[in-house]
Design a protein around this ligand. Structure first.
Ligand SMILES: [Zn+2]
Ligand SMILES: [Zn+2]
Length: 298
């Protein structure tokens, strides 16, 4: 039995060694990995083969809008995008309370997509985002229904609303403007690539069969350039899931919700989504009132 196991292990190791040798011998973290892949791509897919691979990858890119947070200000417009401070609200809309613990929720921020130039996904919308940090854990199995741990109010038109104020005794952090003007390229995580472009996946499998996921990550770094940061806050584009894809369907059209806002924890503003976690506000571009807030930890 022991000998059999040992033989099997050796076999597996031999297969891996062989696959690695077949793939030009380079390992993903070697300095010469990309040069070796470039050479192989040019052999397999003709002159400029590597450029074709990168072009196919860039074909999957979605434009997002990078978020930068400004200094605390007093005189923000009622419907401007911002974090903290007080939200826009309309008549009869009070401060939301959590459906699970019945405590008042914390206002995270509001996003006005009508103020983003060329926002590609949908018409204008103002979204005000509330969270109950006590009930909204990164460890939650599946996203809770609206009202339980989170609430997002969507306004596709704004009429005669005003700033609504939290219940007395709540500490209010001064509003910080949320700027969303810089566009940024985002690429899908490996898990989604198969669904998006199986032909591209076939190319990658030919190039580097031993570890196609690592190859994809290295190619992402080439396509995104050296200044790219991981898991940054942005509007639109692809979500960068910390804990695997979370699919939520629109209740009206049953299509999977898209990313509207990916927001990193900002502890200095009291926004802590689990352990260095990220909040993902998902929405349906065709039914913007259909939203879900998913929190995942590092
Ligand atoms: Zn709660
Ligand atoms: Zn829908």
């Amino acid at each position: 039995m022991e000998a059999e196991k040992l033989a099997e292990q050796n076999n597996n190791r031999d297969e891996r060694q062989q696959a690695l040798a077949d793939a030009g011998g380079a390992r993903p973290n070697d300095k010469n990995f990309i040069p070796v892949m470039t050479q192989r791509a040019n052999e397999f897919f003709g002159p400029g083969g590597f450029d074709k691979v990168i072009a196919a990858l860039n074909g999957l890119a979605k434009e997002g809008h990078e978020i930068s947070i400004g200094k605390a200000v007093e005189d923000l417009g009622l419907t401007e995008s911002h974090l903290c401070g007080a939200p826009y609200g309309e008549a009869n809309q009070g401060w939301p309370h959590c459906g699970e613990c019945s405590k008042s929720m914390t206002f995270v921020g509001q996003l006005n997509t009508g103020m983003i130039e060329d926002f590609p996904e949908s018409g204008p919308g103002l979204y005000t985002i509330f969270v109950c940090f006590a009930c909204n854990h990164a460890a939650n199995e599946s996203p809770a229904p609206p009202g339980n741990g989170w609430l997002v109010r969507t306004y596709t038109t704004v009429s005669n609303g005003s700033r609504i104020r939290p219940p007395r005794g709540t500490k209010e952090t001064p509003a910080r403007p949320m700027k969303t003007n810089d566009t940024v390229k985002t690429l899908p995580q490996w898990d989604f690539v198969d669904k998006l472009d199986p032909d591209f996946v076939d190319m990658l499998v030919r190039l580097y069969p031993p570890d196609v996921e690592s190859l994809y990550e290295k190619l992402q770094a080439v396509a995104l350039g050296p200044d790219h940061e991981a898991a940054f806050s942005h509007v639109g584009g692809y979500p960068e899931w910390l804990g695997g894809e979370e699919i939520v369907l629109c209740k009206k059209c049953q299509s999977p919700l898209s990313l509207l806002l990916q927001l990193e924890s900002i502890e200095s503003l009291g926004l802590k989504f689990g352990d260095e976690g990220i909040a993902y506000l998902m929405y349906c571009p065709n039914h913007p009132a259909d939203t879900s807030l998913v929190v995942q930890g590092a």
